[in-house]
Design a protein around this ligand. Structure first.
Ligand SMILES: Cc1ncc(COP(=O)(O)O)c(C=O)c1O
Length: 410
């Protein structure tokens, strides 16, 4: 039996997270399926940032580093975020970007495994990750072994210092078994760094129980922290004492305001900081996390999976016959919260969709990516997106869109 739009309206009526959509400011007439790239704006963020600008900065001036709690904000936000990651709070902080934090964590891991000369990395990972891996290897005279995600654990040997991979792949949405992969890597004496860019705020995570060594995640995707929101870092308790990350700025110092000439590392997760926190971004991120108040990540994950299953069912019914392909896994238990559909004219189709108010994104060479942020995406949004793709393909409306030029954000 084919699914109707009315069936999807019924699924939304039965959705236990349906009312959470009201926690977001969503523009009228827009069907937003790109929360995996830039999360939507949670209510309360604009007002909070306005207060930070007008009162804390405008009136409080430099006093706000103490009076408004700015100085303590990285650790405070980390503690607020930790439950969403399945982590005890003292192991998480918020700072810098994913790529910068990855650099810090990889070097810290290499320093914990002196003498080992290999880094294992995921082929097909987000390119920035592997660019950073290569640079860390060059700095240390190490070799990089790059293999598909499923082979990372087996590629680790007694010469491997650290392995780095995504928990959920940015293209295929394939989920790795964090507990099993971490255990296999650690059984060879190596360490693991997980990229959580497509996991934090999207699926249930258990970093402590799964015995991750290190992890880095994104603030601006499923956590809705705003464009360029700070990244978050997790360092397992057992590594905090020996943590020696390379960007030893004054905020990684035990007492920045003593202005000691000699470096003395801060205790605990604060050692992952480097510089002055970017406060307007921190303020936005901290209040954005309120959107998760009272919500179990298990329910968030279940809804994301249901939306992905729905997209794939509708793809089978309506898009597979139109020269489309499916990059994403069908098995919902091994898939994160986006579905990537390929078509030779994928870029043009996506831009025709965007012109119609249905916003996904495009990943070269041919993947149209649809993200399902479970806090605000409805079943009916998925139905409408597939109906529009079908219409655009059947009518040839995409032919009016030129191919992308270099330098375009897709
Ligand atoms: C999987 C993954 N890793 C790393 C990055 C890079 O993040 P940043 O720009 O914060 O360095 C992204 C960005 O989208 C990503 O999706």
């Amino acid at each position: 039996m084919t699914l109707s739009r009315q069936d999807c309206v019924g699924l939304d009526a039965a959705d236990p997270l349906a009312s959470v959509r009201d926690r977001f400011v969503l523009p009228a007439g827009i069907n937003y399926l790109d929360g995996n790239s830039l999360g939507a704006l949670p209510r309360g963020v604009a007002e909070r940032v306005g207060t930070a600008i007008n009162q804390e900065w405008g009136d409080g001036l430099v006093r706000s580093w103490n009076a408004a709690g700015w100085y303590e904000s990285p650790g405070r936000i980390g503690r607020k975020l930790a439950p969403l990651l399945g982590a005890a709070p003292h192991q998480v902080t918020v700072t810098d970007t994913i790529s910068v934090n990855l650099f810090k964590l990889l070097v810290a891991a290499v320093r914990l495994r002196p003498g080992r000369k290999t880094i294992v990395a995921e082929a097909g990972n987000f390119p920035s990750d592997n660019h950073i891996v290569d640079s860390v290897a060059r700095l240390h005279g190490m070799t990089v072994r790059t293999v598909p995600a499923a082979e990372v654990a087996a590629a680790v040997d007694d010469d491997t210092a650290v392995a780095e991979l995504s928990h959920i792949n940015y293209r295929t949405a394939e989920v790795q078994d964090m507990a099993a992969v971490s255990a296999a890597i650690q059984s060879r004496g190596a360490l693991v760094v997980w990229d959580l860019a497509h996991s934090s705020g999207a699926v249930e995570l258990s970093l402590d129980a799964d015995r991750a060594d290190f992890a880095v995640g994104c603030g601006y995707k499923f956590l809705n922290g705003g464009p360029g929101a700070p990244s978050h870092v997790y360092v397992a308790e057992r590594h905090l004492a020996g943590l020696d990350q390379p960007l030893t700025g004054w905020f990684s110092h035990a007492a920045p305001f003593q202005f000691d000439a000699a470096f003395a590392r801060a205790e605990g997760i604060r050692a992952m900081l480097c510089s002055t926190p970017q406060m307007l971004a921190n303020v936005a991120f901290e209040v954005a996390l309120d959107a998760f108040d009272g919500i179990a990540m298990r329910d968030v994950q279940a809804k994301g999976r249901a939306l992905g299953d729905l997209m794939i069912r509708l793809y089978d019914e309506r898009l597979a016959p139109l020269d489309c392909g499916l990059v994403t896994l069908r098995d919902g238990t091994r898939r994160g919260n986006h579905v990537s559909i390929t078509h030779a004219a994928g870029y043009q189709v996506m831009h025709t969709l965007i012109a119609r108010g249905i916003i996904g994104d495009f990943r070269a060479p041919d993947a149209m990516r649809f993200g399902f942020a479970p806090l605000y995406v409805r079943h009916v949004d998925v139905w409408d997106a597939v109906a529009a793709v079908e219409d655009i393909l059947r009518s040839g409306a995409w032919r009016a869109v030129p191919s992308p030029s270099a330098g375009t954000v897709t």
